[in-house]
Design a protein around this ligand. Sequence first.
Ligand SMILES: Nc1ncnc2c1ncn2[C@@H]1O[C@H](COP(=O)(O)OP(=O)(O)OP(=O)(O)O)[C@@H](O)[C@H]1O
Ligand SMILES: [Mg+2]
Length: 248
Amino acid sequence: MITIKDLNVWYRDNKILDNINLDVPRNVILTIMGPSGSGKSTLLRAINRLIEIYPGVRVEGEIYVDGVNVFKARTEDVRRNIGMVFQIPNPIPNMSIFDNVALGPKLNKLVKSESELRDIVKWALEKAYLWDEVKNRLKEPAAKLSGGQQQRLCIARALAMKPKVILMDEPTSNLDPVATNRIEELMVELKKIVTVVLVTHNPAQAARVSDYVAFLYKGRLVEVGSSSQIFTSPKNELTEKYITGRIG
Ligand SMILES: Nc1ncnc2c1ncn2[C@@H]1O[C@H](COP(=O)(O)OP(=O)(O)OP(=O)(O)O)[C@@H](O)[C@H]1O
Ligand SMILES: [Mg+2]
């Protein structure tokens, strides 16, 4: 689903990502783990080109999503095909639960009628494990939801665009263990319909949910492998030190 070829990223004179090559199969969870400052968010933001909004950024290399070179595609298409969920849940607080999910499909004219819109909102909220909790309060502002519910709302908002890929940048780091657990279960369910790229600096979370794990250290991909291989027999000493808590 995703192929990254010789990706290099600089912020002004600082090289942040150094010759990244990575393949992500369809319908899996690939987790990028690594210490703070290793470039995880930068790598994620390169995939959907969010990185271009930062001044002083230079990008070299190629990223293909489902065969399309994202750097040559229209930004709106890239953003529609690649959803993103951030560390701090960011629904539009005064907007209703329904409208937060409906906004994207409406603006992008993905639906032809009000009933189609209602269907897609319901579908997305169901897929995000939120429907039962909100079906009787869809007109209430999103701000009234708990943090974990807001994060699931953001996942529903991303799903409503029917993306091919969802990028999640530490989606549970502001949530309690119960809410975290729900989101982890949800991610595993989501890979049936999308490819998930998750960023975490929590090796335990990576071990719980991932099919594949990429270990990033100081802007370099040190090791990529199946989750079981990385956590049981890492090939690189740095990976081993990281997963056993001796660095980062
Ligand atoms: N907008 C920016 N302008 C300049 N430098 C930046 C910018 N964003 C990030 N950096 C630098 O790029 C490097 C990688 O940052 P990035 O946010 O990708 O790391 P990270 O692995 O996501 O870290 P964390 O786990 O703390 O979120 C860091 O040295 C950071 O200071
Ligand atoms: Mg980050």
